[in-house]
Design a protein around this ligand. Structure first.
Ligand code: GLN
Length: 536
């Protein structure tokens, strides 16, 4: 078993996940099989109950795991599908340890952080590494070295390095190299302090990745090398880049993959790295022939991470068309106060993503109506599908006050309603309709031409659905349910026929979009938006 343990110092939000995914990508391009684990030291069992305002989007895996958004980066960069065991949280670890204690598994022992919690952590890491049959496993530790919550995890990986042999492990530490404004000098002191902290825990980094707005000066690399006791080649510069997809190339220019392969005596399949496809994709991302404006109408718009997978899916879809996307983050409440024309008038396309709770919903309904009536390309996802359905019910079918029972439990026309199996549930954690499920697509529909198939597997995360009692009424009036679940009872895709592009889905296509393999719905939106721009 071989591991790369990725830690972070100085502050959070340094792009540890992107660094780790990029390194994985590089090693993969040398023919190595790479697996990834993300550790989140919070007490939540999973990210499912966390507010996107605080923590960014909740990413959904095939198996229905509701996980940290970094797992999305691993899936996108490594083009793999991972399971929820790859996201280890303090909550999961403690729950198992406490369950074992209650069962009497510890045979009368005093149950302690060391060794019981640390053994549980090590057990989880090694079982994934073994199970995935990978040449190496990247383990990213969330948070910052020095946080109280991270301590058991750092101690566990320290022990693990001793157990599997230090030569089979690389500790990679990402830190911030701030630049002082007036003199423009790169400062290494925060890095020195954070490395010292790591060393006090018994971990000596092998590689230091210095995040900064610009490339690190040679002199600064030397200084970090000397003060932090790593060789100079092992000090890697990670300047701000134009796209996250550029990071693998920036790292590779500094010889990162070779360094890791040497240190861990890995046996790559090829000497040469084939990054041509990735570079082609990056080229379209960085210098597209045209750019379209897509309005993303939501309520978590102050934090772009809340919609991360949509942003990536739009990037993937656009790159495929040699197009760029300028996302206009639009707080849906503005549609009520300023009116749709003022807010959305310039957009070539409109995307209404998923969401929960009443706030912002009426604004999203206004957006769907405006897109439908003005012929503006529209995509709705999950809640976006539900609001498009409510809008259609109210303004085309004429069911006044139609609503989802999530927002109006006593609605006269509950066109969106709680799924029957949800009614008895009291607990919020991991109880939605979650994960990958088969969608049957109607032949001859727009969805069919975009998917190029009558079947698709897409990921879900919802409690409400189209009320089956209204399906016929919708279909007759022209809101066509071109995608349904396998049994046919659950509506998965809705589309309008006489419209440049108006499609919405109950599932979340953004989670399966990959560079070079964009989501069908995002592709449809971008293509129609390009057409609109050309026509205007
Ligand atoms: N709140 C809606 C539901 O639970 C939509 C969920 C979502 O957008 N992810 O069905």
């Amino acid at each position: 078993m071989k591991f790369i343990f990725v830690t972070g110092g100085v502050l959070s939000g340094l792009g540890k996940g992107i660094t780790a995914s990029s390194i994985g990508k590089l090693l993969m391009c040398r023919g190595l099989k790479v697996s990834a684990i993300k550790i989140d030291p919070y007490l939540n069992i999973d990210a499912g109950t966390m507010n996107p305002f605080e923590h960014g989007e909740v990413y959904v895996l095939d198996d229905g795991g509701e996980v940290d958004l970094d797992l999305g980066n691993y899936e996108r960069f490594l083009d793999i599908s991972i399971s929820s065991e790859h996201n280890i949280t303090t909550g999961k670890v403690y729950q198992t340890v406490i369950d074992k204690e209650r069962r009497g598994d510890y045979l009368g022992k005093t149950v302690q952080i060391i060794p019981h919690v640390t053994n549980e952590i090590k057990g989880r890491i090694t079982s994934i590494a073994r199970g995935s049959n990978a040449d190496l496993t990247i383990v990213e530790l969330g948070g910052t070295v020095g946080d109280i919550e991270s301590m058991p995890f750092l101690e566990s990986v320290r022990q693990l390095a001793v157990e599997v042999g230090r030569e089979n492990c690389i500790f990679l530490h990402t830190t911030l190299i701030p630049i002082l404004g007036s003199v423009g000098e790169q400062k290494t002191k925060p890095t020195q302090h954070s490395v010292k902290e790591l060393m006090a825990l018994g971990i000596k980094p092998d590689l230091i990745v210095g995040r900064s707005s610009v490339e690190l000066d040679e002199a600064i690399k030397s200084k970090i090398s000397m003060f932090c006791d790593v060789s100079k080649e092992a000090v890697i510069s990670a300047p701000d880049s134009r796209s996250i997809y550029e990071v693998p190339l920036v790292l590779e220019k500094q010889g990162v993959s070779e360094l890791i392969i040497d240190r861990m005596r890995l046996k790559p399949l090829t000497r040469d790295m084939d990054l041509s496809e990735w570079k082609g994709f990056l080229q379209s991302v960085l210098s597209p022939s045209m750019t379209v404006d897509i309005a993303l109408v939501g309520k978590y718009t102050d934090l772009a991470d809340s919609y991360l997978s949509h942003l990536e899916a739009l990037t993937h879809a656009a790159a495929q068309e040699d197009c760029g996307v300028n996302v206009l983050f639009t707080d849906s409440d503005r549609l009520l106060s300023e009116g749709p024309e003022a807010v959305l008038g310039k957009a070539h396309g409109i995307l209404v993503p998923g969401g929960f709770g009443t706030r912002g919903v009426e604004g999203k309904i206004v957006a769907a109506r405006y897109a439908r009536e003005q012929g503006i390309p529209f995509a709705g996802v999950c809640l976006g599908f539900q609001v498009a359905t409510v809008e259609f019910a109210r303004n085309v079918i004429g069911l006044e006050r139609a609503n989802s029972t999530e927002f109006d439990p006593r609605s006269l026309h509950p066109v969106i309603d709680l799924m029957p199996e949800q009614r008895e549930l009291n607990s919020k954690g991991a109880t939605m309709r979650l994960g990958s499920m088969k969608v049957m697509i109607r032949e001859g529909s727009r969805a069919h031409s975009l998917y190029g198939s009558t079947e698709a597997w897409e990921r879900h995360r919802h409690r409400f659905e189209v009320n089956p009692e209204y399906i016929d009424q919708f279909e007759r009036a022209g809101w066509r349910f071109s995608g349904r679940c396998e049994e046919g009872r659950r509506m998965e895709i809705g589309e309008l026929e006489d419209h440049p592009f108006f499609m919405a889905s109950q599932f979340h296509p953004e989670f399966k979009s990959r560079p070079g393999r964009p989501s069908a719905m995002h592709s449809g939106l971008v293509q129609a938006a390009m057409q609109r721009k050309r026509d205007s």
